[in-house]
Design a protein around this ligand. Sequence first.
Ligand SMILES: *Cc1c(COP(=O)(O)O)cnc(C)c1O
Length: 420
Amino acid sequence: MKDETLCLHAGYSPQNSEPRVTPIVQSTTYVYDSIEEVGEVFDDPTKSIIYSRFANPTVMAVERKIAELEGGIAAMCTSSGQAALLIAILNLCKAGDSLISPIQIYGGATNLFSTTLKKQGIECIFVDVDADEATLHKAFKSNTKAVFGESLSNPSLTVLDIEKFAKVAHSHNVPLVIDNTFATPVLCKPIKFGADIVVHSTSKYMDGHAVQIGGVIVDSGKFDWTNGNFPEMTEPDESYHGVSYTEIYGASAYIIKARMQLMRDYGVYPAAHSAFLLNLGLETLSIRMERYCYNAMKVAEFLNASDKILSVTYPGLSTDKYYDLSRRYLKGNSGVISFELKGGKQNAMTFINALKLASIEVHVADIRTSVLHPASTTHRQLSAEQLKDAGISEALVRISVGLEHIDDILADIRNALTQV
Ligand SMILES: *Cc1c(COP(=O)(O)O)cnc(C)c1O
């Protein structure tokens, strides 16, 4: 089925007289007829559900929906996008291992990889998102266990050459993990291009209404964990009565280990109610993404033609550095645009404060248009030098175009520009 249909119907098929809408199962625990049965579920937690720290029927319906949308075999939701990144990496790397990632990624991912995981003995080797194959090969060490990248990056809006990264990762027998948050499975299907694991912050477009924080990890089921590089997948897990994940669960080894071992121990599973809200967002994802892309393209073209604007970054513009990669990997470029005003910080601030419809908020991908000045907010702690490296000038404005009528969005921008 197509995305529009999957968004509405995947993951939950009510039987005779059951609720039309995925019910909220607000229960931490589940009852059984005999203690033997509970024992059996402990032996194989894929058989049933015993505790909502790592499995819940409402959350699992959403997991099935997202897995289908991404073309994966299974998924596991987490309590935030950050938790999805953490579990996705810890399921591959332990102290003494390393991963490779472009520098141009979400700030929260940069902090996690460069500081918090480092304290736990996991090193991140940063490369440029445009690194050629030879440079990527050189970044590998004997302990490298994962390659990471964002399909459409937040906030720099670079587009990853997924096939190139996948090819290099696979030649070193490690999986490619793609953060597909900004693109969503509606605009990009990383697994089709060779990604092995896909992660999301569902707090962004998937939710869309700014009502829940969440994340998800999707397993393509395609990576060969028996290649010798991942003993934790193949050898007995002493913390789980000696299970070998590849032996018992085959293609689902990665996602089952993530749930049975890491979700059990870290407990970063979302609440049923959050999953219910996320599901409402997902139902309209496909149709919303079309309109975000349409509106943002109009705004990008308008800004590009204004003599008060110095530069516009939006991969949908034929003048954009990532236009060709966008055409190859994306069906659209989301609602996020960044641009620089002429006249530096002062004009950027004047412009933002003069907007009436667009609200100032630290969020993107909402149904309502929002705007931010990264240099004085999300990237405030960076030095002038670091700002330059991150490609964030004092004149830069980031706008997340929403679903208001395009005429009203443009009128607001036009009006604010007259104040500059
Ligand atoms: C927001 C975001 C995250 C973190 O997600 P939270 O839900 O805020 O924890 C990770 N990756 C990308 C690309 C994001 O935009």
